[in-house]
Design a protein around this ligand. Sequence first.
Ligand code: BEZ
Length: 196
Amino acid sequence: MFHLGKTVQLSTATAVRSFHTSKAVFLFGSGVIKEGATLPNHTLFENEPKNKVNTKDLFAGKKGLLFGVPGAFTPGCSKTHLPGYVNAASDFKKLGYDTIVCVTVNDPFVCQAWAKEHKAEGKVRVLADPDAKFTKALGLEKDMTAVLGNVRSSRYAMVVDDNKVKKVFVEPDGTGLTCSLSNSVLDAIKKGDLAK
Ligand code: BEZ
């Protein structure tokens, strides 16, 4: 990130992007939401289509974690990613991070079944982004048509404080199980390795 003057963040249909106002230094990069940016507001669904959740209400006045997965019931998401956050929920809570949200491009009924199977209730809220609008607004969509049938989400995790993104971890290949796992995020929080 260049700090030559005032940086402005624009929320577009697909990403939050930054550009420089005094010099023509454009930072379009990968389009992934930047640390320091505000989370975009979109509607997600919890358990059923009638239960709408506005993303701006998830972390208003709260510290928490948001992680995204390629899909409910896929092996990496089911064996490693979601259980890691369910198991670490109390550790995050002790550090003041009491809201943990998982977003996946699936329908709400699938999310409900997946959350139930992993006993996520009270620990991780599994929210559906069926049309991938929120995921696209984060710049984290990934075309997995060949394998999963449609556009899904890259695997990622974010530390969020009062709707501000304090740290972003995106798996380099979109699906790997490294920096976005609960232990990596917990370490970063413990080290204070977060944006101001
Ligand atoms: C997974 O194991 O999480 C996975 C499998 C196929 C595509 C994407 C993710």
